[in-house]
Design a binder for this molecule. Sequence first.
Ligand SMILES: Nc1ncnc2c1ncn2[C@@H]1O[C@H](COP(=O)(O)OP(=O)(O)OP(=O)(O)O)[C@@H](O)[C@H]1O
Ligand SMILES: [Mg+2]
Length: 247
Amino acid sequence: MDRPLAAAPTERVTVPPVVRALAGDDDVAPVWRNQLGGLTFRLTGAAGTRYVKHVAAGTPELDLDAEAERLAWASSHTAVPRVLGRGHDEGGSWLVTAALPGRSAVDPVWLARPETAARAIGAGLRALHDSLPVDECPFSWSAEERTARLDDAVRDQVGPVPAVDRLVVCHGDACAPNTLVADDGAPAGHVDLGTLGVGDRWADLAVASMSLGWNYPGDVEATFFAAYGVAPDPGRIAFYRNLWILG
Ligand SMILES: Nc1ncnc2c1ncn2[C@@H]1O[C@H](COP(=O)(O)OP(=O)(O)OP(=O)(O)O)[C@@H](O)[C@H]1O
Ligand SMILES: [Mg+2]
């Protein structure tokens, strides 16, 4: 589950030296800690706003090179952050991006308006799927490749891969916090594209709809599916949620 840091974090966040150095005279604010301990900082200064995602050395699973490559590919088709820099040192690795407008769909402003947030996440995911060209995408996120990486016992638990409904370029982590929402409630863009790739659209739909319950009060799934423009498909939803949780 994604966990936002409050504007004034209750826990102490140590700013890695490289983030301090990248900031120069800019203000540095921690905005996010992911489940693996990776931290995202917002750098604000006269030249604009940047974000730095920093992953401490030795943290597995978070491949910032993969994310930078996918952002570069997707940015000519849809609203995703422009990559400004990338590097690593003995303390870890980092990715610097230019700020997109809007606030995360789990910003307190949108947590207070769950229906608007769910609508933006659904419409935003539809726009992403409609705008990224499957034929030109060099990345895969297919269920076959994902299940092939599982241990036999886990693969049995996940069950057989359902037939593809519609092949799209999936976001790869369509959880609520990764949609940015403009002040008028319209989707403004997407972040966190480290696993973007071609797959069935239900791979994203299942995870995005599941994450609504983690982040918002009440049940806003129907609003999400209506905004995307599809009726829920219980079989594919169950398969792709299981694959997400067990994968
Ligand atoms: N370029 C950007 N423009 C605007 N906001 C950004 C940008 N980059 C990151 N953010 C904000 O920082 C948050 C964390 O970034 P991101 O989702 O890439 O980190 P993560 O650690 O991979 O997240 P997760 O917990 O989902 O794995 C985002 O939800 C978004 O609010
Ligand atoms: Mg994220």
